[in-house]
Each structure stands twice: as structure tokens, then as C-alpha cells.
Design a protein around this ligand. Structure first.
Ligand code: WTA
Length: 637
């Protein structure tokens, strides 16, 4: 497959950028024309950010799996689509060619059908990083079912919330998952979640760890048994369901500044077109390259840059089951060496944690196959950027610092590897098609260079969020109501003297812990469920490895006798309710919180104290009880 939409020079980037602004519909229509459609669209775009209502490729019909699989069969059917590297070094890796993947997806699509799954049904996938996860995703897409992948680290309560929100009747899970030195008891967690979800009709269980699990008659079935039934039926090929361009492809839950996580909904066609375009441009992917994205498929990065965009481009995606630092900090570099990886795409947190082990784990590893290095998920500090550049890329591989969000589905701001300039700690420039705006608190546009503001986008791109599942108003309020006629990202951003963009972090009450999005309100709600807790406030603070750590101020009904134990108990409650990723790093017991006269918590003050900036807390005169600030300062942990 060649990529006619791949930009090859900085000059061309500038031309294409302008061309898109002048004629966006022609631009996206040309790119969409490179894909396989059952029926061409009537119109490229209709949009109204006020509602919001955004539609791309109107009345176009397609199935994304025909673009990921079927169309590659003739030309590159024997090329690896996935290379799967297991958790431990001792187990053999697996390769799935496009033909094999097509076969497996069709087979599992049949399993889903046999179990009653129909177009439009929601299917929850709660699995480890095994090849059966993308197989199940693609099988859903094949028959028009909407997948909702839940990261293996989320708790039973979090799963139950998500199952109820989208009224999910079908689940695919594993007995357990291997992740570094830990076995995650997936099925046990699902069983706990299902206590509150009696509407779930079927749970299909893939065996990976051979952990003992309970299997309930008439509800739970084994993956392999179901596949055998399809084999007995003669493995009929499941034809792809014809989908409308705007039919939902998947739901992916993510945290916001208020309430419970919301289900971000992406469409079929727009998602396919934009993410593939971003993949071949940002990474400058060439046919035959081995692309290794270390993210978990439970996050948007994995959905897009392990599964859909790579397959749509006819690429080879390397998928790794385990963790970068297990069994030792040389594991990733072994994988690069073993599979001759060309592109590695990881999070700054992973780079920082590997840096801490020094250079010994890299010694003797042949990294010469690498051509491009990528980072995503959080701002990358210059030290980590230079370490990556020197010790992994050996100063010959461009680094792409890619900015995007669950809601944008694909990379919106990044340098194009080796094509547009890189700048340490800068995501640099928007991809053609992305019109960035910086605004002040009142929504007034900040023009010129060497300025900072809140990052907004003024024109739709094909993979923009369509709605939040079951609650369109929430989508409007979250992203389209803060500023008129603009999509608001929730991020702060600096535009330097040369017009390059540097993301400075969230400006709302969302934390970014090890590249994972967590809402402060979510953590507070979980803490408040702990016995004896009266009130809490959660803020982020700079953390050497995780980027941000979670600092919780907690008011108890009487100071606990054993503070340490109480802190550990509260952390345990949070892990139970949300998942271990939301466990607070620091908990301080306080007797009051700084509040304005109208009862609003002044987080700015709490943030400063958590950061250790005690001297300059700003104006505290509007507080109801300014004295409480000194007590909090004195008790800082
Ligand atoms: C942050 C992850 C700085 C940002 C793909 C955004 C980044 C949030 C970068 C989305 C980057 C992502 N530099 N910050 N290159 N990439 N972020 O939805 O705050 O899990 O709003 O998507 O991560 O997190 P999400």
C-alpha cells in the first residue's frame, strides 16, 4: 500500500496545511477516497459545534474491518499484521499474518453471532494484552457491535458503572492476565462486577493464566469451546456488516473534571480516515516497518496505534503483553533487538522509569533497526527527551512528541518524523486539518507568538468525539460550552516565538498520573465512601516518575488513632472503587479545607501546599477561615 497522503517535506507540510484550511472538504474527500467503501458519501461534512452535531462522509457506507483486513489479503496477505510478544522471555512469540488475522476475526465474529450479539449491541472487552483482544475488537467491528474496552487495571465497581451506563449485555474476558510479575484475576473482577449487573447475558472467557475461576452455567462460556462450534459449522466466513459512516465504532470511557467517567463515542468512517492519516504522517510509516506501541489497548493510544490505524495502513504492529521494567529494565530493548523494531512509541513515564536503571540494561542490545521514536500521554521533560534521543535513538532517530486525547482519537499536534522540526518538550505543530486557537479565560482569542492560553480547536476533524454515550448534553457541556463555537481540550498551552506549541498540562480538575487520566472528583468520591471520612479534596503534585502524583486532604470524623493504617485503608478503598491506578500517593488528615464564603474549595492553595510552595499562596483574604491554611501547611506530608 502506498500512502498518497504522506507529507514528505516541511515545505509540503506548509502547503498542505493551507490547502486544508482553504478547502477542507476537498482535502478530506481525497484522503477518504483512498479507503474501501461500499457506497461513496454524498457530502463530506456537516457541522454545528453549538449542539454539537458533527457528521463526516454523510451517507457513506463501509466496514472498517474491510479496510483493516480484507483489502490487504491479495497483496500483503502473508505479511505479519500482528507480532505478539508474551510477558515472559521464555514463552515463544506469535505472528499473525493478514490472512490469519482475517480468518480469526471472522471466526470470532461468528462466535459473537452464535451468542446472540447483533449490530448496535455493546460488548465489553476486559482482557489482558493478548492477541485475542484485538481479534475480539475487530470481530465486534465486523458485525457492527460497539466495543467498550476496559483497561485491565480497573476495579469491579468501575466495570459495573461502565456496564450499566451502556447497558452492556455481552462480555469477553480472560481467566486472568499476565502483567509483569502479577497475575490479574480478570474473571473474578468481572464476577464481582456482575453482582450489580444482572442484565449481562453472556461472558466469553479466554484462558491465559489457568487461574481457578468460577463459570456460571448458561451465562459463562469458554472461548475455545465456542470457536470449536464454529469449526464444526465449517468456519463460514462472516461477511462484514454494512455500516453507515456515522455508526458508532466504539465507546471508550475517560475521566473528566466532574462525576463518573464518560463514554466517549467514535464513529466508523471519520475515525478510520483521520487515524490512518495521522499514523502514516506522524511516524512516516513505510510498508514493512515494525511499529511497536507500548501502550495498553485499554487506552485510546492502544486502540488507535496498536490496532486500527496500523492495520488500515497495512502495517505490522508489535504488541507486547507485559511491562517495560519486567523482569528487568532491558525487556523493551530486547524486544527491539529481537524483532528489529523500526518505530517505538511509548510514554514519558516509561522513559523516566527506565532512565532510573541507568545504561546497563541497554548494553549489548542492538537498537540499530530503530528509525523513529515517539512519546505520548503527558508532557515530556527535557531530561527524558535527551536520554531517549541519546541512548535509544543514538541521536539518529527523530523523536515525535505526539499530543492527543481520547476525544480526538488520533494525534492532532506533533512533528512529522524527520519531516518537520522537532523541539524538546514541544509537541510542535498541528497536523494539516487541525486549527488551533489559544484563548484567555473569557474566551477571547490570544493571537501572536510567545503567548500562553487555553487550547481550543475551531474546526472539526474527522475523528472528533461525536457524543458521550447516553448523555449528549454532557458532551456539549464538557467540550463545546466553555467557549463559543470551539472544541475545548482542557489543556493549557504555550505558543513560542516561532509558533511552536508546548502543552503545559490540564487546566481543569483532571490529573495525569503516569499518562493515565484521573478526575479529582472521582478520587474524592471514592475517598468519601471510606468509613469515617467527612470530606476530602484531591490535587496533583509533581512526581519524579509518574509526572503527577495524587495528594489527598481528608477530614475524618475524629483524628484516627493510627494515622498510617488509616491512610493505607483509605488508599485501599480507592483501589477497590476505581482501581490501583487511582491510589493516592499522599494523604494528609486535616481539620478543615480552605473555602470561600460561598463554600467553594480553593484548590489553588491546596495545590501550592502539595507542591511545597508554601511561601507564596496568593490572596487568602477571601477565605471563610484563613487560619485553616496554616494548620494545613504545618501538617504537610
Ligand atoms: C495529556 C492520551 C503533553 C493532555 C493520548 C491530554 C499530553 C491528555 C500529550 C489526554 C503530550 C497527551 N504532551 N500532554 N504529547 N499527550 N497529553 O485521553 O493533558 O488519556 O489532554 O489520551 O493527556 O489523555 P488521554
Amino acid at each position: 500500500m502506498s500512502y498518497p497522503f504522506q507529507i514528505k517535506s516541511y515545505e509540503q507540510y506548509k502547503e498542505v496545511y493551507k490547502q486544508n484550511v482553504d478547502q477542507p472538504e476537498e482535502f478530506w474527500g481525497d484522503i477518504a477516497g483512498q479507503f474501501v467503501w461500499r457506497k461513496k458519501w454524498d457530502k463530506v461534512l456537516e457541522w454545528d459545534f453549538k449542539k454539537p452535531d458533527v457528521k463526516w462522509f454523510i451517507n457513506g457506507k463501509l466496514n472498517i474491518t474491510e479496510n483493516c483486513l480484507d483489502r490487504h489479503l491479495d497483496k500483503i496477505g502473508d505479511t505479519p499484521a500482528f507480532v505478539w510478544e508474551p510477558n515472559g522471555r521464555d514463552e515463544a512469540h506469535k505472528v499473525f499474518t493478514y490472512k490469519e488475522l482475517h480468518f480469526k476475526v471472522s471466526q470470532f465474529a461468528h462466535v459473537l453471532k452464535n451468542n446472540g450479539v447483533k449490530k448496535g449491541d455493546r460488548v465489553c472487552l476486559y482482557m489482558g494484552m493478548v492477541p485475542e483482544l484485538p481479534i475480539a475488537m475487530l470481530a465486534c467491528a465486523r458485525i457492527g457491535a460497539i466495543h467498550s474496552v476496559i483497561f485491565g487495571g480497573f476495579s469491579a465497581q468501575s466495570i459495573s458503572d461502565r456496564l450499566q451506563d451502556a447497558h452492556v449485555e455481552y462480555i469477553v474476558t480472560g481467566d486472568g492476565a499476565f502483567r509483569g510479575g502479577k497475575d490479574i484475576p480478570l474473571k473474578n473482577v468481572i464476577d464481582d462486577a456482575l453482582v450489580t449487573c444482572p442484565f449481562v447475558k453472556r461472558v466469553i472467557v479466554y484462558v491465559r493464566t489457568q487461574a481457578p475461576i468460577s463459570m456460571i452455567k448458561d451465562r459463562d462460556v469458554w472461548w475455545t469451546d465456542e470457536v470449536k462450534k464454529v469449526e464444526a459449522q465449517g468456519n463460514p466466513v462472516v461477511a462484514a456488516e454494512e455500516m453507515d459512516a456515522e455508526d458508532p465504532l466504539f465507546i471508550l470511557y475517560t475521566s473528566g473534571s466532574t462525576g463518573k467517567p464518560k463514554g466517549v463515542v467514535h464513529s466508523s468512517a471519520g475515525y478510520m480516515v483521520y487515524t490512518t492519516y495521522s499514523f502514516v504522517n506522524v511516524f512516516q510509516y513505510e510498508p514493512g516497518d515494525i511499529h511497536f506501541c507500548t501502550a495498553d489497548i485499554g487506552w485510546i493510544t492502544g486502540h488507535t496505534y496498536i490496532v486500527y490505524s496500523v492495520l488500515c495502513a497495512g502495517g505490522t504492529s508489535l504488541m507486547y503483553e507485559g511491562l517495560p521494567t519486567w523482569p528487568d529494565a532491558g525487556r523493551l530493548w530486547d524486544i527491539v533487538d529481537k524483532h528489529k523494531v523500526n518505530i517505538i512509541y511509548t510514554a514519558p513515564t516509561a522513559i523516566r522509569s527506565l532512565m532510573a536503571y541507568g545504561l546497563t540494561p541497554i548494553e549489548g542490545k542492538d537498537l540499530s533497526s530503530l528509525k523513529v521514536l515517539g512519546t505520548v500521554g503527558e508532557p515530556i521533560n527535557e531530561e527524558a527527551w535527551h536520554w531517549y534521543d541519546e541512548h535509544i535513538g543514538k541521536k539518529r532517530c527523530p523523536i515525535v512528541d505526539t499530543w492527543f486525547q481520547t476525544e480526538t482519537a488520533g494525534i492532532l499536534i506533533s512533528n512529522l518524523a524527520g519531516v518537520t522540526p522537532a523541539k524538546p518538550s514541544y509537541a510542535t505543530l498541528p497536523l494539516p486539518g487541525i486549527q488551533l486557537v489559544l484563548v484567555d479565560e473569557q474566551g477571547k482569542e490570544i493571537t501572536g507568538n510567545d503567548v500562553s492560553g487555553n487550547l481550543c480547536i475551531r474546526f472539526p476533524w474527522p475523528s472528533i468525539i461525536r457524543t458521550t454515550w447516553g448523555d449528549h448534553e454532557r458532551c456539549r457541556l464538557n467540550y463545546f460550552a466553555t467557549y463559543d463555537d470551539m472544541y475545548f481540550t482542557g489543556d493549557g498551552c504555550y505558543r513560542d516565538a516561532d509558533g511552536f506549541y508546548r502543552i503545559t498540562g490540564r487546566v481543569d480538575d483532571v490529573l495525569n498520573v503516569s499518562g493515565h487520566r484521573i478526575g479529582t472528583a472521582e478520587v474524592e468520591n471514592a475517598i468519601n465512601m471510606h468509613t469515617g471520612v467527612l470530606e476530602s479534596a484531591v490535587v496533583g503534585y509533581p512526581h519524579e516518575l509518574k509526572g503527577q502524583g495524587i495528594y489527598a486532604y481528608v477530614i475524618m470524623d475524629g483524628m484516627p488513632e493510627n494515622k498510617q493504617l488509616a491512610q493505607a485503608d483509605i488508599a485501599q478503598t480507592v483501589a477497590r472503587i476505581i482501581g490501583p491506578i487511582a491510589r493516592p500517593d499522599k494523604i494528609q488528615f486535616v481539620t478543615g479545607l480552605p473555602k470561600t464564603r460561598s463554600g467553594k474549595i480553593m484548590r489553588r492553595i491546596l495545590r501550592k501546599i502539595a507542591e511545597g510552595e508554601m511561601a507564596n499562596l496568593g490572596d487568602t483574604s477571601t477565605l471563610l477561615d484563613p487560619g485553616v491554611v496554616n494548620d494545613i501547611k504545618d501538617g504537610r506530608v
